[in-house]
Design a protein around this ligand. Structure first.
Ligand code: NDP
Length: 326
């Protein structure tokens, strides 16, 4: 396993980590979840990602029970949660002090842990003053309930707003952002975050396989019954992911992967790892063979020569570019 610094913070995070969205507490049973965490940990993964909204708290409950059972040394792993969507009543959703404090305490109870290593603001909240959010995060840090706080799916200006307020208040700025990043979703990570990177921001990127599209399993235009895009209630995801022009590109990428002797998921994950602003790629897996295949992506990294990257860009045709120069 390779370990990378979380931006300019002191924290080392494994280049590959494991997430639980749609799997823990939903698609996979607890036995499978345990095998996934154990396999990941034994391969050197030190970061497990979660959120209050994942299966409405079930995902944290499952992960917490597994961590308790495994009894790993607490200093050898990192756990996150995310605050935003806590419920439908006023003050159950958003980044107001009340919900931030209650969400953190709720996550700690469900995990059966004393502190979270990372705590993310799952979305930007336009209706709460940023100063209130920054102060609430600082309170949790001072109480020892969280170690690092960050954002998820905020734009560069929003992240800088939080960063500047924290600095003005002599408080802790956000250390990391959790953005969507893969071969098809590139703008934020490759362009919009250049300013926050100057201020030391790290990234824990999500959906490296675009929910499985970049595994190549949908190349024939069929949706396997046991796959994420066949899950009930996820029609919105299937419709936003299974686009014909993207499928066409994945077919070409799959041929390229074959040529260099790697699998399509490994090529897609290694491509994310190639970006030095990516601190960790959060993997998703619904079974252990997928996870093992994906964990091998690190060994594919040296194969991504300049020539191969150029070939990939020629297929993707979506490299974010500036229309002006500085
Ligand atoms: P991916 O895009 O990598 O999708 C993972 C899914 O793809 C798996 O569950 C599996 O689904 C399929 N898959 C994975 N590997 C393979 C393989 N080798 N062969 C075939 N199919 C494969 O990542 P996720 O979307 O799961 O995101 C990863 C993590 O990021 C989440 O668990 C979560 O922690 C975080 N996240 C954060 C968000 C945020 O807003 N901050 C939003 C979304 C995710 P299946 O077998 O069912 O088809």
């Amino acid at each position: 396993m390779e370990y990378r610094k979380l931006g300019k913070s002191g924290l080392w995070v494994s280049a590959l980590s494991l997430g639980s969205w749609l799997t823990f507490g939903k698609q996979v049973n607890e036995e499978v979840a345990e095998t996934l965490m154990q396999t990941a940990y034994e391969s050197g993964v030190n970061f497990f990602d979660n959120a209050e909204i994942y299966s409405r708290g079930q995902s944290e409950l499952v992960m917490g029970r597994i961590l308790k059972k495994m009894n790993w040394d607490r200093s050898t792993y990192l756990v996150s949660s995310k605050v935003f969507w806590g419920g439908d009543k006023p003050n159950q959703t958003g980044l107001m002090r009340k919900h931030i404090i209650e969400a953190c305490e709720g996550a700690l109870r469900r995990f059966q842990l004393d502190y979270l290593d990372m705590f993310f603001c799952h979305r930007y909240d336009q209706r709460t003053p940023i100063e209130e959010t920054v102060r609430a995060m600082e309170t949790l840090i001072q109480q020892g309930k969280i170690l690092y706080w960050g954002t998820s799916e905020w734009n560069g200006a929003e992240i800088m707003e939080a960063n500047m307020h924290a600095r003005l208040l002599n408080m802790t700025p956000p250390a990391m952002e959790q953005p969507h990043y893969n071969m098809f979703t590139r703008n934020a990570v490759e362009l919009d975050y250049l300013r926050p990177y100057h201020y030391g921001m790290g990234t824990t990127i999500w959906s490296p396989l675009a929910s499985g599209l970049l595994s190549g399993k949908y190349n024939e235009g069929k949706v396997p019954a046991n796959s994420r895009l066949a899950m009930e209630g996820l029609e919105w995801l299937r419709d936003s992911v299974l686009l014909e022009d993207r499928l066409d590109k994945v077919r070409q990428l799959s041929a390229l992967a074959l040529e260099i002797g790697v699998t399509m998921p490994q090529l897609a994950i290694a491509w994310c790892l190639k970006n030095p602003n990516v601190s960790t790629v959060i993997l998703g897996a619904s079974n252990v063979s997928q996870l093992k295949e994906n964990l091998n992506s690190l060994s594919v990294l040296p194969l991504l020569t300049e020539e191969i990257i150029t070939n990939i860009e020629a297929i993707l045709q979506n490299k974010p570019t500036r229309t002006w120069y500085v």
